[in-house]
Write a protein that binds this ligand. Structure first.
Ligand SMILES: [Zn+2]
Length: 263
């Protein structure tokens, strides 16, 4: 497992995105924050019951460690929708410093030095970069968002904004693996049979990361430009928050991405 320590935080980073010197990105681990108990320690959601003052301190630690501007940190507002919204000059800071008025499970920005953050604790976090138009995206896909094809719709939105699909790069971060993601038949049957293995008792083991990989590839993003962490959050609960491993009481990991323009 390739975890990099940057400043006070430890991150999983994708080789696909790391090759761009103007992109800062990473998927956080539990390390480096100030939250305690089940939220120990780098918990980033405002909506999971953690003390907000500690979450705000964690946001600050994360941004300082990565050299990003906390004032411009903007995020999703996750409600298992397939809504995609643009962060532009009119709403920088939304999600973090003030609230969206609706569910937004994927954000895109073409602004430089505006970090985008999405959240997960078993769900699939995805970061994207469209090199030719200078746009980044942060996406949250649980099974509902995956069923709603939010990752594919986000890639399509980048294409609508002018990106060539060959210039889109995507990193699928740590999430619950097929080893641990048991679902009922009604969830499994929303996806092609090839994505799940029956346990024989009406339960199935579903590979959500693979579904999302294929959804992104289906719009023409090259397979070699899509990375999958292969890290299971539940198997590695010491390092990653896991909703299932912690019986629904966990902190929240972050996927963060920013286009850097110096000067
Ligand atoms: Zn696992």
């Amino acid at each position: 497992m390739c975890i990099t320590e940057i400043g006070k935080v430890s991150l999983y980073q994708s080789d696909v995105l790391s090759k761009f010197s103007n992109i800062v990105h990473g998927f956080t681990t539990r390390k480096g924050g100030v939250s305690t108990g089940e939220y120990e320690s780098m918990s980033l959601s405002h909506f999971r019951g953690d003390d907000i003052a500690r979450v705000k301190e964690n946001e600050k630690i994360l941004c300082e460690s990565l050299g990003l501007d906390i004032k411009k940190l903007s995020s999703t507002k996750q409600e298992h929708t397939s809504n995609i919204e643009i962060v532009d000059k009119t709403n920088i800071g939304i999600g973090v410093h003030y609230d969206w008025d609706r569910g937004v499970d994927a954000c895109i920005t073409m602004e430089k030095n505006v970090p985008l953050l999405c959240f997960s604790a078993d769900c699939v976090p995805i970061l994207m970069y469209a090199e030719d138009i200078g746009a980044v995206a942060a996406v949250h896909a649980g099974w509902r968002g995956t069923d709603g094809k939010i990752a594919q719709k986000t890639a399509q939105k980048l294409i609508e904004l002018g990106a060539d699909e060959k210039n889109i790069y995507a990193a699928i971060g740590p999430c619950i693996g097929q080893c641990c993601y048991e679902v009922s038949e009604d969830v499994a049957e929303k996806f092609d049979k090839k994505y799940s293995v029956s346990k024989g008792n009406g339960k199935y083991m579903l590979d959500l990361a693979k579904v999302n990989f294929d959804l992104i590839a289906q719009v023409g993003v090259k397979e070699e430009n899509i990375s999958v962490s292969g890290i299971c959050t539940k198997c590695n609960n010491g390092l990653f928050f896991s909703h299932r491993a912690q019986n629904g009481k966990s902190g929240t990991l972050g996927g963060i991405i920013c286009i850097i323009e110096k000067g």
